[in-house]
Design a protein around this ligand. Structure first.
Ligand code: DLL
Length: 433
């Protein structure tokens, strides 16, 4: 097994926890002493640095949400002085102002260290050519992967997003072996390649995808692996935490969250209590080393599971399962929670259905309606009308069974739904609240 940082990656769990506790105590002391924002939050909750005696005491600390960062726009929560800040990124603000994240030199180092460990665990080495097809710029994906891949010594093709035909030429001509992109962009790239007469599987050396920044399902992974001839690795992160940070190892059994970098909790979003290991809940992260923008108990709104057993790759750090949706992306249809990932998973079990879909939520009178538009595969599209009706009926039946809610299905022509270069927008909610 190849490790990037063997001293840390297979450290005994007890030693890791000891190290975490020291880091947590130092962090809380530092923030209580120097950060007016955190000091106030801790005082509101009646907690002082002396209250942190064990790792479980992290639950005594106050939560932090995106709202805190928005209210602190642009840099009220920064602890480093402007002279110490060496870079800024901003999160894709869907509502109102974006949130700005600052980095010191150490922050950049720790960030690329974290991703470098992940890339090596996924099988990237100096022999690889990695095309970074995440956007470069204020979005953290492009530069996050770029710095880490260079650290590992892979050759980077900084393609960013857009100009898909040129991206395909680059993959073929530069002998690209791995690509980092959103899963939806890789799907788009695969389709464009086919139109150009290029088979990613047969005509290129691509063998690994480092895919994340948006939800995707296990079924989608299986399809991409089969269709494109790659191993598809899940990578997770958020700009507030730094950017892309953690990914699966080649065992593909969950995303390794490095204990020296973060303390991970999974809580019940309603009771705010920790859920049992392996149970679904909301991800909460404390960043143990971040300097410019410290993060304590940040509620990401992402739904996942926590697994603390040592991975079969030998790494001792905890893992989180595939992100199963967002607390706030959850669509509530007549009181029933529906996650886009659930719809995707169900659609992908139908061989006639293509890879693109859209969920349109509307309201007729007092009743919420949900329409799922799914593209057919080109082979299925040519079928006779009665065959299409039968497919539609089957898909509708499966979706209703899986979501427990009435769904209308519309099967649409291949290539007719909007494609994305960044994060896919699968849900169109037309309801007025
Ligand atoms: O998306 C950072 C990133 C870049 C991650 C490249 C992975 C690869 P934000 O734009 O701040 O940062 O969005 C963060 O995206 O809270 C999740 O809801 C979602 N997300 C990120 N990775 C995954 C994933 C980047 N692997 C938000 N699966 C997070 C599902 C993901 N959702």
């Amino acid at each position: 097994m190849v490790y990037w940082n063997p001293r840390i990656e297979d450290m005994p769990v007890s030693e890791l926890k000891e190290m975490q506790l020291k880091q947590l105590k130092m962090l809380v002391y530092k923030l209580y002493t120097f950060s007016p924002f955190y000091r106030q939050k801790m005082m509101d909750k009646g907690v002082t640095p002396e209250d942190i005696r064990t790792l479980a005491d992290v639950t005594k600390l106050p939560f932090m949400t995106k709202k805190d960062l928005r209210d602190g726009y642009p840099d009220k929560l920064f602890l480093a002085s402007p002279r110490e800040v060496v870079r800024y990124h901003a999160s894709s603000g869907t509502t109102g102002k974006p949130t700005i994240v600052g980095y010191t030199q150490n922050d950049i180092q720790n960030w690329s260290e974290s991703v470098a460990r992940g890339l090596v665990s996924a099988g990237i080495s100096t022999d690889d050519v990695l095309q970074v097809s995440y956007t470069y710029g204020l979005f953290s994906g492009g530069l996050g992967l770029h710095y880490a891949a260079e650290k590992v010594g892979a050759a980077v093709v900084p393609a960013s997003t857009g100009n898909t035909e040129r991206q395909i030429d680059l993959i073929r001509d530069m002998g690209v072996t791995a690509i980092a992109a959103t899963p939806s962009y890789l799907l788009h790239l695969g389709e464009v390649a086919e139109k150009m007469g290029v088979s990613i599987k047969n005509d290129t050396k691509l063998r690994l995808g480092i895919l994340g920044a948006e939800p995707w399902s296990q079924r989608m992974r299986e399809r991409m692996e089969e269709w494109l001839g790659i191993r598809a690795i899940d990578i997770y992160g958020a700009s507030e935490l730094s950017g892309p940070l953690w990914c699966e190892c080649s065992e593909q059994k969950g995303i390794h969250v490095w204990s020296d970098i973060a303390l991970v909790e999974v809580i019940d979003p309603v009771t705010e209590e920790p859920v049992a290991p392996g149970e679904k809940g909301e991800l909460v992260i404390t960043m143990l080393q971040k300097e410019a923008l410290p993060i304590i108990r940040y509620r990401l709104g992402d739904i996942t599971t926590l697994h603390e057993e040592v991975c079969s790759c030998g790494r001792t750090h905890p893992r989180i399962g595939r992100i199963q949706g967002r607390v706030d992306d959850m669509i509530i249809i007549r009181g029933i929670n529906v996650f886009p990932s659930q719809v995707e998973h169900c659609l992908m079990t139908n061989p006639e259905v293509g890879n693109e879909f859209q969920i349109v939520v509307d309201r007729k009178g007092a009743l919420d309606t949900i329409l799922v538009r799914a593209e057919l595969r080109p082979e299925a599209f040519g079928d006779r009308v009665f065959e299409l009706d039968a497919i539609k009926e089957r898909v509708t039946h499966k979706l209703r069974g899986s979501l427990n809610v009435g769904v209308t299905v519309e099967l649409v022509e291949p290539g007719s739904l909007p494609r994305s270069e960044g994060k896919a927008k699968r849900v169109v909610d037309k309801r007025v609240f």
